[in-house]
Ligand binder design. Sequence first.
Ligand code: ZN
Length: 306
Amino acid sequence: MYALALVLVAVVFAALAPRLMARLTLFRRSPRAALVAWQAVSLAAVIAALCAAPAAIPYLTRTEWFACSGDCAATITWIQTRRWLVFGVAAAVTLFVLGRLMLSGHRIGTRLRAARARHRELVDVLAEPISFSSQSGRRADGIRVLDHATPTAYCLPGRRSRVVLTQGALAALPADELDAVLVHERAHLRGRHDLLIEYFTVLHHSVPDPVRSPEALREVQLLVEALADRAAVRQSGPVTTARALMTLAQGRAPEAGLAAGGHGTTAARMRLLADEPLPAVTVAVMYAYAAVVLVLPLALLWLAWR
Ligand SMILES: [Zn+2]
């Protein structure tokens, strides 16, 4: 019955655990640990679904259950029918999730890379390259400025990454806030947050709509922004970073980019700027939770084959 337990674990990690975790807004105060926990739960849901069919194979081949004495033909028939039913359910879940995983991986990866390449070409044609020295004395190169009045800042990740600002952002942001915005965008690029979101989105879409939790993707996007905000706070302080977020709150980034503001998450991020990081013990519990969640489906598979 480990196969069915794995199916149950997959449903719990895809549907129930994310809804409960999304209520624990305390997690956001340590965005890195929270991201690890969220990734672990999503990955564990997919691993559990993929392990269901392999875990049902020993159930089909074991013969000790047939060692009943006397006239037990009816019992044997019932057990055989049930074994194939269990295998059928497990195999259907595994194949379904495997198919969706491959399809979503291909679709999302292809779409994002094409959108990024297209937008990068547009930015290179329409935007003006600038470079300037930040307040800390560091020279910032490779920045493109679009002639648009709405204050917006975003980055286009990839090998030929770009940081894009609008004229509206340059006009509205004082030098210290502009510094904070650039540090935020550089944190996205340096940490390859695009890959993190892409990987999570693929896992998220490999689970069918009625099962997966919409809170999961929203929360991961917020945590990625909070992580980049932490870098800005270290450089510019919470007040300057908060002011910059307010200025950019109306800005919108293209699907292919990672913005500094907007997404309707500004209020939540402003609250996080003022919060103290979680105590080390709580962070350790979050990492332990992620480890347990990841080990659980593999342990169930091992028990099935033991
Ligand atoms: Zn951002």
